[in-house]
Design a protein around this ligand. Structure first.
Ligand code: NAD
Length: 454
């Protein structure tokens, strides 16, 4: 398997893919080692993971440089991602004792009732490339903390990072056989679905997620899916500083080149603020520096996957054919690397691909609406349900609208944001189950009820 730098198109490494045979050997080792890991105290496992987090900080520059070389994101955004992953790990470490220890529910003479959170066993984590540290940490850290062994399949676009993670976990004290990396692409992922894991945790697209859900169903083991989104954002007429809102929400749409599951993907603006918002938004987008992700000050680096360019071009073509207007960007520049100009479309309608299908790139459609009702109707019009955002001076108005949206996260005066303290979950085509928060810590356990008389 060749690892290609998307910013230069150079082959940076060639790796051997796992075969069904090597995967089975790894699974056998995981199964053997898991009970020993689960037999350690939670306090011991917490210490090991804390050491892993320290190692991430110590090796930051090297790790960020490897990440940028394989996914094309600006170096500073790679550093931000590793720091973000450490913050999530800290929350998990601070709360693991509280949420993973036994809970005494009834304690009276002659009867004790206890919930004990037992590990699932050996879990399989098939992961994405856009934030390999963040989405990886959501799964393998609580899985390890709660006593599971983990088969981690990084995306084929973030394999070098996956191997770095394995090295550091082992250096931190995770036993050799308790965490294994499955190297490969679709074929490797598909082979893992044929094997005997005690739970599957997937981050990726709806199409793959649906396939995995169907394949895993007969196994009768937990299957969690963190999938894509078409996240809407509404700017109401009472926003006081429209320019600041435009700058903040442009970042929400274009950070990491728009390759975030919770990127703002559709914007609806009240007609009163429409012109001011558009003008500030486009000024902001035009001010960004694009280019080699290793160059200081670059905000728009390379896209990770070449194939995404054709998807973006098709969405733009479809929008223009249906009457949209291109305000800036619109094409891939000539030359080496998978670059795409940050693109803003207006005069869009909800029947355009750019307003319905996940773009996962530096492109946004902005639409004028006349009131909250129209905004709500437009925002509800999607198969996805990951996040939704409202900018308004009035909190109760925002909460009223957010309550009517079938999405896992609701934002008031913010967007494109994840908190370790809150459940990260999608609805409809955006997924099933939750990571992060106390729910995410317990997602890798099965509760056993103990009825103790005597
Ligand atoms: P993808 O579905 O193409 O691939 C994800 C993983 O699945 C990869 O490791 C891939 O090798 C593997 N895979 C592909 N086909 C498979 C098969 N048939 N069987 C088993 N495994 C298979 O997704 P991607 O391009 O890596 O990630 C982008 C998508 O992930 C976007 O839709 C994005 O929104 C979503 N995402 C969601 C979240 C979230 O938290 N909800 C976070 C990050 C990314």
């Amino acid at each position: 398997m060749q690892i290609i730098n998307p910013a230069t198109e150079e082959v940076i490494r060639t790796l051997h893919e796992d075969t069904p045979l090597t995967l089975q050997t790894k699974l056998d080792a995981l199964k053997k080692a898991q009970p020993l890991w689960a037999g350690k105290s939670l306090a011991e496992r917490i210490l090991v993971i804390a050491r892993f987090s320290d190692l991430l900080a110590e090796d930051m520059e090297e790790l960020a440089s490897v990440l940028t070389s394989e996914v094309g994101k600006p170096l500073q955004q790679s550093r931000n991602e590793i720091n973000g992953a450490r913050a999530r790990i800290k929350w998990m470490l601070d709360h693991a004792e509280k949420y993973l220890s036994d809970e005494v529910m009834v304690d009276e003479p002659g009867l004790k009732e206890i919930i004990r959170y037992e590990p699932l066993g050996v879990v399989c984590n098939i992961s994405a490339w856009n934030y390999p540290y963040l989405v990886g940490v959501n799964v393998f850290i609580p899985a390890l903390l709660s006593g599971n062994a983990v088969m981690y399949k990084p995306s084929e676009y973030a394999t070098l990072t996956g191997l770095q993670i394995e090295k550091l976990l082992k250096q931190a004290g995770v036993p050799e056989q308790v965490f294994q990396v499955a190297v490969g692409a679709k074929k490797t992922g598909a082979a893992l679905l044929e094997m005997d894991f005690n739970g599957y945790f997937f981050t990726g697209s709806y199409q793959t997620g649906k396939y995995i859900y169907e394949k895993v169903a007969p196994k009768m083991v937990p299957c969690q899916l963190e999938l894509g989104g078409k996240d809407p954002l509404y700017i109401a007429e009472d926003v006081a500083d429209v320019a600041a809102a435009a700058i903040g929400t442009a970042d929400g749409a274009f950070y990491n080149n728009g390759q975030s599951c919770c990127s703002v993907e559709r914007i609806y603006v009240h007609e009163k603020n429409y012109e001011a918002y558009l003008s500030a938004f486009v000024d902001e987008v035009k001010s960004w520096k694009s280019g080699l992700p290793t160059t200081d000050g670059v905000y728009i680096g390379a896209l990770t996957r070449k194939a995404q360019i054709a998807i973006l071009e098709n969405q733009i073509k479809d929008a223009l054919n249906k009457g949209a207007k291109l305000l800036t960007g619109g094409k891939a520049p000539q030359g080496k690397g998978y670059y795409f100009e940050p693109t803003v479309l207006t005069e869009v309608t909800n029947d355009m691909l750019v307003m319905q299908e996940e773009s996962f790139g530096p492109i946004i459609g902005i639409m004028k609406v006349k009131d909250d009702n129209e905004a709500l109707k437009m925002m509800q019009d999607t198969d996805y349900g990951l996040t939704a955002a409202i900018y308004t001076a009035d909190q109760s108005r925002a909460e009223k609208i957010l309550a009517q949206l079938d999405a896992g996260s609701g934002y008031w005066n913010c967007c494109d944001r994840v908190s370790a303290a809150l459940p990260w979950s999608g609805r409809k085509y955006s997924g099933i189950g939750a990571t992060l928060s106390h729910q995410g810590l317990r997602a890798f356990t099965k509760p056993k009820g103990y009825h103790l008389r005597g």
